[in-house]
Design a protein around this ligand. Structure first.
Ligand SMILES: Nc1ncnc2c1ncn2[C@@H]1O[C@H](COP(=O)(O)OP(=O)(O)OP(=O)(O)O)[C@@H](O)[C@H]1O
Ligand SMILES: [Mg+2]
Length: 405
C-alpha cells in the first residue's frame, strides 16, 4: 500500500494535485482513497461531487473514493470515554454543562483524529493507494510532528498518573467528591498512544512519502525549502516537488512574457534547491480543473515531465534517518536538506539528555528517543556535512550531560 501526502503553501494547488494523483491511481485499477485533513474541505468541489461528503469514503468512480475527515465526529466517537470523565469532574466543581463540553475539546484534537482516521484506513486493507490532501504547510508540520511528540508525552505521563491515582484515589474521592478516572480512561490513553505510534511507523515507513506543491514564486519557494528541511528533521521522506500554475510561453503579450521570464528564473532555483528530487511541472490551465478527467489530466501531464519516474511506485529516496556502525562507533545520519544553503549552521543545535537526542533547527525541535543500543553509548562528535547532521556515538563511559551545541 502506498501513502502519498501533499502539502505546500495555501492555494498553490494541493487539492488539485492530490485529487489528480488519486484519479490517476484509480485509472490504473488501484483501489484509491483520497482524503483531506484540511478543515476547509474542497475535494468534493474539485471532483464536482454534489452535496456534502460524508466522513466515510464516498465513491467517485469505480476505484476512486473520497473522504473528508470529520474530526469533530471522530472526536465524539473515540474520545467519549475520556471526555465523559472530564465532564464528570467539571460537573463536580460546578462548571455548567455547555461550558464543560467546550472545555473538553482539546486543541489539536482535529489533527489527532485526522491521523487516527488515516491509520484506520491504512490498516483496513481496503486500499492500494491512499492520497492525503493536507492543510497548508504550518498545519501539516504540526500534524506530522504530533505522533512522536504526543507519544513522548504519553509515555512519561501515563505511568506517573496511574501510580498517583492508585495512591490518591480513596483519599481524594472521599475528601473532595472529585471522581477519579477509571481504568477505561487509561485504556483509552494507552490505545491512543499505540495508535499514534502506528501512525508514525506508517508515515515514516518506506511506502509513504510527502510531496511538496509550489508555484514558481520566490516567497512560495522559500517556504517550500524550509518545509523540506523540517519534514526531514521529523523523519519524513520527501520524494518530489510539483511546480504548479506555470505560465506557458508564447504569444506577444508583454505581461505574459514578464511572468514567463520571472517564473523561469524561480524554476531554475527550484531545480537547484531540490537537487536529487524530481521536479514535476504543471502548467496554468485556461480554466479551473474540475472533475475526475480534468484532474487526472493535470496529474498525468505533470508527472510526464520526468518520464522515467513512476509517480506511484515506492520511492527510492533514502529515509532521512539511518545509522551506520563502523568498528567501535555508530554514526547517526540525519538528512537535513538545505543545511548551509537556506539553513545557517548556527540554527542547528544538538543536545543530549539520557536516552534522548534533542535536535533543533530554527523554530522546530525534535526529541529523538535513542534506540537502546545507542542510549548506552557516548556522543563523541557531531558535524554537519553533505546536507546531513552526523552524530557519532562511541562505546566509552556514558556522558548524559548535554555537551554539544
Ligand atoms: N494548473 C492549474 N491550472 C489552473 N487552475 C488551477 C491549477 N491548479 C490549481 N488551480 C486552481 O487554483 C485554485 C486553488 O487550487 P487548490 O484548491 O488545488 O489549491 P490548494 O493548495 O488545495 O488550496 P488550499 O490551500 O486553499 O487548500 C483552484 O481553483 C484550482 O482549481
Ligand atoms: Mg486544498
Amino acid at each position: 500500500m502506498r501513502i502519498l501526502l501533499f502539502t505546500g503553501k495555501g492555494g498553490v494547488g494541493k487539492s488539485t494535485v492530490s485529487a489528480g494523483t488519486a484519479a490517476m491511481s484509480a485509472a490504473r485499477g488501484l483501489r484509491t482513497l483520497v482524503l483531506s485533513t484540511d478543515a476547509a474541505h474542497s475535494l468534493g468541489d474539485a471532483f464536482g461531487v454534489e452535496g456534502a461528503l460524508g466522513s466515510e469514503p464516498v465513491p467517485v468512480t469505480e476505484h476512486l473514493y473520497v473522504q473528508h475527515v470529520d474530526a469533530q465526529r471522530r472526536f465524539e466517537e473515540s474520545w467519549a470515554e475520556v471526555q465523559g470523565y472530564l465532564l464528570s469532574v467539571l460537573d463536580t466543581i460546578g462548571v455548567d454543562r455547555i461550558a464543560a463540553e467546550e472545555l473538553t475539546i482539546i486543541p489539536g484534537a482535529e489533527e489527532v483524529f485526522a491521523l487516527l482516521e488515516l491509520r484506520r484506513m491504512a490498516v483496513s486493507g481496503e486500499w492500494d493507494t491512499i492520497v492525503v490532501d493536507c492543510a497548508p504547510t504550518a498545519e501539516t508540520l504540526r500534524l506530522l510532528a504530533l505522533p512522536e511528540a504526543l507519544g513522548w508525552y504519553l509515555e512519561r505521563i501515563l505511568p506517573v498518573q496511574r501510580k498517583m491515582v492508585k495512591a490518591l484515589k480513596p483519599v481524594l474521592t472521599k475528601a473532595s467528591g472529585v471522581p477519579m478516572p477509571g481504568d477505561s480512561v487509561f485504556d483509552a490513553l494507552v490505545r491512543l498512544h499505540d495508535e499514534l505510534a502506528e501512525v508514525r511507523a506508517l508515515l515514516s515507513g518506506p511506502e509513504a512519502s510527502v510531496r511538496i506543491v509550489l508555484t514558481p514564486e520566490r516567497v512560495v519557494l522559500a517556504e517550500a525549502r524550509r518545509s523540506w528541511t523540517t519534514l526531514s528533521l521529523y523523519g519524513y521522506r520527501v520524494d518530489g516537488v510539483v511546480a504548479n500554475r506555470i505560465f506557458p510561453a508564447g504569444g506577444s503579450d508583454d505581461w505574459r512574457a514578464g511572468w514567463v521570464k520571472a517564473q523561469d528564473d524561480v524554476l531554475g532555483d527550484v531545480g537547484a534547491s531540490f537537487e536529487g528530487l524530481p521536479v514535476w511541472r504543471s502548467f496554468y490551465r485556461p480554466t479551473e480543473p474540475v472533475g475526475v478527467e480534468d484532474l487526472r489530466e493535470v496529474a498525468e501531464a505533470a508527472y510526464a515531465w520526468t518520464g522515467s519516474v513512476d509517480p506511484l511506485a515506492v520511492p527510492e529516496t533514502a529515509a532521512p534517518f539511518r545509522t551506520e556502525t563502523t568498528g567501535e562507533a555508530t554514526i547517526v545520519h540525519l538528512a537535513l536538506p538545505g543545511l548551509a544553503q537556506w539553513v545557517d549552521r548556527d540554527q542547528v543545535q544538538l543536545g543530549r539528555n539520557g536516552d534522548e537526542l534533542a535536535i533543533t533547527v530554527g523554530a522546530y525541535r525534535r526529541l529523538l528517543t535513542l534506540p537502546a543500543a545507542l542510549a548506552r553509548m557516548r556522543v563523541s562528535g557531531a558535524r554537519v556535512e553533505g546536507g546531513e547532521l552526523r552524530v557519532t556515538f562511541s562505546r566509552q563511559t556514558t556522558n548524559t550531560e548535554s555537551e554539544l551545541s
